[in-house]
Every structure is written in C-alpha cells, then in structure tokens.
Write a protein that binds this ligand. Structure first.
Ligand SMILES: C[S@@+](CC[C@H](N)C(=O)[O-])C[C@H]1O[C@@H](n2cnc3c(N)ncnc32)[C@H](O)[C@@H]1O
Length: 261
C-alpha cells in the first residue's frame, strides 16, 4: 500500500467511525444525478456508491486474474472506472482509464439527437469527475486520459498487457475501425465485452431500431470472434456469457472474449 492509499484509507475509516458515511452498507457518497455509471467499492469491499450497473457479482465472467502485478492496463471508455480500479486493486500498474472529452464526442445517429440529457446513464464529464473523485478517495495511481477509440489511441498512449474494451462495440458508428484501434493498443490481450443478439446462430450484425441515439448495432454472439480475427487478433477465446442488469431493471445479454495478437 502506498502513502496516498494509507492516507485515503485513514480518511475513509475516520468518516465511517464518525457516522458521516458508509454505515452498515450505506454508500460512502450519496447518489447524484446523473447517476454514477458503476457501483463502486473500496479495497476493503465497502460500498462507495451505487451506480446504474453493479459489475461486482459478474467479475468472474471477465476472466481477469487476481494477480496482475507487473501488468499494464488500459480501460477504454472507463465510465466510473470499475475495471481500472479493480485491476489496480489486483496489483496492475500503470493503469490508464480513458474517457471522452465530452458528450458531444459520442457517436449519435443524426436523426435521433433529441435525447433528454437526464436519460443518459452517465455523461463522459460525469464519469471523468467520478474517476478523479475515486483517485483522491482511494489514493489511487490510476491515470485518467481523454481519448476517443475512433482515433488511433496507441499513437499517443502506447501498448498494454491488458486492454479492456467493455460495452462499447454497439455504441460506435464504425465498430471495425474501433476494434482495429483496440488491436493496436494490445500487447498481451484484449478483454472485449459486448451485448449480443440472443437467439441468433448466424454471424450477423443487426441494425438497432431504437430511439436511443447511441445504439447502432447488435452482433450475434458467433460474429464477435470473426470481427476480432478480421482486425488482426490471432486467437480468440470466449470466457462466459451473462445477463447485465441496469438498476432500472433493463437487461442485456452480454459475453466476454479474450483476444490475443
Ligand atoms: C456503455 S459505457 C461502458 C463503460 C465500461 N467500459 C464498462 O464496460 O462498464 C461506454 C463508455 O464509453 C465512453 N465512450 C463512448 N464512446 C466512446 C468512444 N468513441 N471512445 C471512447 N470512449 C467512448 C462513454 O462515455 C461511456 O463512459
């Protein structure tokens, strides 16, 4: 544990003892609007805040080992930073979390722009502020970088042992271009998590008919390994499929693959 983490841990313990935060599973930080994207817990497992998605019960589906000492990680489109902070807890470093500069950078269907801001799960601006708050609160060394996976991020950020690419494939207008950039960031392996079209055995990419401006495609499960191989990954392994639940009750079928150069 470094000095920043010791100081941050003492602050959390004092806050808990004084009854201001974190009593009996109460969040350490009150929910805000727009809500946090991820539910977050500290290194001791105490709840920091509840988010739209609680990925802790799904951790085993991502195939990320408990010992990441000596491994570098980039978490692309990190939102509240769940993957970045969880990898750091397992000893990874440096750990980079990327977010867009602003919501204006998201890939929006031109005919679907009137989407109420309050219906967004979290804006990039809110996610950046979550990550900064968590870095201070946890005494973390996670580094926040502004970046867009539609651009060749590897030119400025380099290559990593672990590249986490979670829940992004379906919200990008050019998923193959983005996967090419993921491939270029990957020295060790990419962890690709994506929603998929259930009950479809053919390899298809389906256009999403929805009012939501960011939802473009849903691949069938059998297509994703083909897409990964088409951008230059040599070997692709499916880790597991699962159901992702939003706290509003919405559910998505998702799966996680590990892709190796
Ligand atoms: C659906 S959330 C997924 C969050 C997290 N990766 C996970 O798996 O739980 C997508 C995140 O990626 C960010 N994002 C959207 N478009 C992006 C892009 N073109 N490049 C990088 N990040 C993007 C969004 O701001 C948002 O925080």
């Amino acid at each position: 544990m470094n000095m920043g983490q010791i100081v941050a841990r003492c602050r959390r313990l004092v806050a808990r003892a004084s009854g201001r935060r974190g009593q009996a599973g109460e969040p350490l930080v009150r929910p805000t609007e727009p809500p946090h994207y991820h539910t977050m817990r500290d290194g001791d497992g105490h709840l920091i805040w509840e988010g739209a998605y609680d990925l802790y019960p799904l951790w085993s589906a991502f195939g990320i080992p408990d010992d990441l000492r000596g491994q570098t990680v980039i978490d692309v489109g990190s939102a509240s930073g769940f993957f970045a902070f969880e990898c750091e807890k397992r000893g990874a470093g440096p750990v980079i979390a990327t977010e867009l500069a602003s919501v204006a950078e998201r890939d929006v269907k031109a005919n679907r722009q009137a989407f109420p801001r309050q219906q967004l799960t979290a804006t990039p601006e809110k996610s950046q502020s979550d990550i900064r708050e968590l870095i201070a609160m946890l005494g973390s060394q996670v580094q926040l970088r502004v970046g867009n996976i539609n651009e060749p991020l590897h030119d400025t950020l380099g290559q990593y042992d672990w590249v986490i690419f979670g829940s992004l494939l379906t919200v990008l207008r050019n998923p193959i271009l983005a996967l090419e950039h993921v491939r270029a960031l990957t020295r060790g392996r990419a962890v690709v998590i994506a929603s998929y079209l259930p009950h479809e055995s053919r390899a298809v990419l389906s256009w999403v008919q929805s009012d939501r401006p960011f939802d473009w495609w849903l691949p069938s499960k059998s297509l994703v390994p083909d897409m990964l191989r088409a951008v230059g990954f040599g070997r692709v392994e499916e880790v597991r499929d699962f159901v992702l639940r939003h706290r509003n009750g919405d559910e998505q079928h998702q799966a996680c693959w590990h892709a190796f150069p």
